[in-house]
Design a protein around this ligand. Sequence first.
Ligand SMILES: NC(=O)c1ccc[n+]([C@@H]2O[C@H](COP(=O)([O-])OP(=O)(O)OC[C@H]3O[C@@H](n4cnc5c(N)ncnc54)[C@H](O)[C@@H]3O)[C@@H](O)[C@H]2O)c1
Length: 416
Amino acid sequence: MAKNKTICVLGLGYIGLPTACFLASSGYKVIGVDLDKKKINKLKNKQLPFEEPGLQKIFQKAFKNTNFSVEIQPADVFIIAVPTPITNNKKADLRFVKQAAGDISRVLKNGNLVIIESTIPPGTAERVVLPILKKKDKNLQVYLSHAPERAIPGRTIKEMAENDRIIGGIDNKSAELTKLIYSSFVKGKIYLTNATTAEFVKLIENSFRDINIAFANELAKLCDNIHINVWEAIKLANLHPRVNIHLPGPGVGGHCLAIDPWFLIKRGVNGTKFIKLARNINDSMPDYVVGRVAEMLKEIKKPTVTILGVAYKADVDDWRETPALKIIKLAKKKGWQVEIHDPYVNDFPYKIEKDFKKTTKGSDCIVLITDHDFYKTINPLEIKNMREKNIFDARNSINEQKWQKAGFKTKILGKD
Ligand SMILES: NC(=O)c1ccc[n+]([C@@H]2O[C@H](COP(=O)([O-])OP(=O)(O)OC[C@H]3O[C@@H](n4cnc5c(N)ncnc54)[C@H](O)[C@@H]3O)[C@@H](O)[C@H]2O)c1
């Protein structure tokens, strides 16, 4: 497909915006559409709505080839990169995808290509999106594919360009046309399949990781019981050439691992017990962490705890599905006062203090939830304003001896 084609990207979030920038930088004329007016205004003023290493650079390069709008516009290619959350009863919430498909259908022309980047349950492209696109005209020739994204916040720009990709078309031509678009910036290999397989592959990748983490979390609980160090045990086990156990933690967050496995579980087919069990184990970790912290605080009346990190992973500002939120709620339910620090996260349901020293004032326990690099630079000797010197580390991130030398009672998840 020639680069004089126009590509309309719907949804300018963590995935849609970098994708739009890559395409515009490689010469396509891009229309970036988002329902969020504030986001569009920021982008029009050359400001990024979120931080991501390397994004500023490609954004600058892309700017001259990009128009930003809250309104869908006719184009040759449409890319859907809108959210796919889960409902309260853990079903795939396809509201945004359906709305985006409906918007596209208003301007869709014969021979247009529609690419779904959003993560979706198997069968969604063919059974949900295609009928919406063809609602007005059943004879319209539409090419449709699923091009799931594997990039991770913090490394999105590098991974979008370098990772291998799977592209699944509702027919061969749809897959081929999509490959042509993505090969303008993807240096990794591109593998073609059918749309439903591509949808399934994305979900099993994330379910695999979720299950692996659930196993690590079970090992952490087990090690706390039998008094060995889970971090050392996993490291040693991973020396086996065919073993790769992930790391335990306070729970699983982010817009992918905590959500995508449910898209498989809720399909009513046999064989998803294991995936559901893993979800439940990972969802139980915030309770476990609060329980462990409660043991440290049992002699203290009306304790104050300091939560370090609410982002779901290190060194990013993304707090979607973060286990920190559940931990904070559980702590408050226990009647604890909770002070919260995060160097990156700003908009959060609870007040975030940026001055680390203020969050330890009068505190009885530091609870490290996110292993931001910033926390490794803290010198425990300089923390002089706590009421009791306790630290619980859910990530095995601190230098335990250093903190103990500074007078702290330390506990590390899976290392009791
Ligand atoms: N973030 C990741 O690392 C990642 C990785 C792989 C896959 N995904 C998948 O990619 C999809 C997008 O995720 P994200 O993290 O970029 O989400 P996001 O929330 O950061 O961004 C989505 C954007 O879509 C906009 N939007 C919603 N409905 C719209 C519509 N009808 N028209 C135009 N804009 C609309 C929202 O305002 C928002 O700005 C999801 O399905 C997600 O599961 C995300």
